[in-house]
Design a binder for this molecule. Structure first.
Ligand SMILES: [Zn+2]
Ligand SMILES: [Zn+2]
Length: 381
């Protein structure tokens, strides 16, 4: 979904983004009874702040000050979850990439956009209201299917090949690899068993393990993923099972634009005062991943955090405590930043565009992502 507000004069287009999705956290107090979906990452606040920016900039005196356009874009599926369902959509041709911004880059939603910003909520940590700067991890997803042989678990387990044991051995092998991960690469390797077998009285003949590898750079990611895929195979090797590993193109690390960040920080200081903003170094990562990282490979972006929640992100206790901090203040600061970028004949926006060096074009991005999908089969059964 995209709506464009046109300024009085032509010029660059700045996107203000809001993410639409939730997570499955059934124990969250706000969880939907059927799906378990809950706002355990605070994306609902983003819609509020985006609408706040749209309301402010629609005022004629502000709109008339803009040399350029503001695109309000809502993006689905930032949380890289429900992999099997999304792979089914991919198989049916409805989507190609598994996240909203990835797919929208492919579909051309950002073709007429020059730069983008959004504000994400975060848990309150100390006195700062905004945390600005830093990066995020790149990631790749693995859909790992162990194929064994089902057999009666009591009457004839020796006829079976246990796909669950193969997956568990693989997990042990991954844990044995952890000492080889470099701290400087912020490596995270984690997974879930999304299908652990069909019934307790049968040797599991098929098991699905969903794995994820994260690291600061795509290069580091590739070398760690190679090791992890070797571990997946080792479990199958030991049990005499087969294993199919599908690698699914995940996110790129986030690069934040210094010109946009400086304007955002200046406006945050005007609204809140100097001590309310913490700026972290460009290389600092908190380990998570976002598809704003993908967007940052093709245009200048910023992705500040509004510290407004209690609890732990993605946890059952993550709740927005202060909607003024989560919604209203980010709206004010983003609206003022758009005015800085597109006011004064859009000099600041043009400067940011001129100085930024995106790693690739949208077309190159799509081709890089396509190449990251692959399926490997290690056959023993
Ligand atoms: Zn999240
Ligand atoms: Zn989030």
């Amino acid at each position: 979904m995209k709506a464009v507000l046109r300024g009085a004069k032509p010029g660059p287009t700045v996107a203000v983004i809001a993410e639409l999705d939730a997570l499955r956290v059934p124990t969250h107090p706000g969880a939907d009874a059927e799906s378990g979906a809950a706002h355990a990452c605070g994306h609902h606040a983003q819609i509020g702040s985006m609408l706040g920016v749209a309301t402010a900039l629609s005022a004629p005196e502000l709109r008339n000050a803009l040399s350029g356009n503001v695109a309000f874009i809502v993006t689905p599926a930032e949380e890289f979850i429900d992999i099997q369902e999304r792979l089914a959509l991919r198989a049916s041709g409805e989507i190609e990439f598994l996240s909203g911004k990835q797919e929208m880059i492919r579909l051309g939603t950002f073709d007429d956009v020059d730069m983008a910003m959004m504000v994400h909520t975060s848990a309150v940590n100390g006195s700062s209201v905004f945390s600005v700067g830093g990066t995020s991890n790149a990631h790749v997803s693995h859909q790992v299917r162990y194929i064994g042989r089902s057999a009666h678990a009591g009457g004839g387990p020796y006829h079976g090949i246990n796909a669950l044991q193969a997956a568990m051995l693989a997990n042990t092998a991954i844990n044995a690899q952890r000492e080889t991960f470099r701290e400087s690469e912020s490596v995270r390797v984690h997974g879930i068993i999304s299908n652990g077998g069909a019934s307790v009285n049968a040797v599991p003949g098929e098991v699905i393990y969903e794995g994820r590898v994260r690291a600061r750079s795509i290069e580091a990611l590739e070398s760690i993923a190679e090791k992890v895929i070797r571990c997946y195979r080792s479990g199958a090797l030991a049990m005499g099972a087969s294993v199919e590993v599908r690698s699914i193109a995940g996110y790129h690390g986030l690069i934040q634009d210094p010109t946009m960040q400086k304007l955002f920080v200046g406006n945050a200081e005007l609204v809140l005062g100097r001590d309310s903003i913490s700026v972290v170094g460009a290389s600092q990562t908190h380990g998570g991943s976002t598809d704003m990282g993908d967007l940052s490979t093709i245009m200048p972006v910023i992705h500040p955090y509004a510290n407004s929640a209690s609890g732990i992100g993605h946890g059952h206790d993550y709740l927005i405590e202060d909607y003024d901090r989560a919604v209203v203040t980010p709206a004010k600061v983003m609206a003022a930043t758009v005015l800085d970028l597109l006011g004064n004949d859009a000099q600041a926006a043009r400067q940011a565009i001129d100085q930024s060096k995106p790693a690739m074009t949208a077309e190159q991005y799509v081709s890089v992502q396509r190449d990251r999908f692959k399926t490997e089969l290690f056959e023993q059964v």
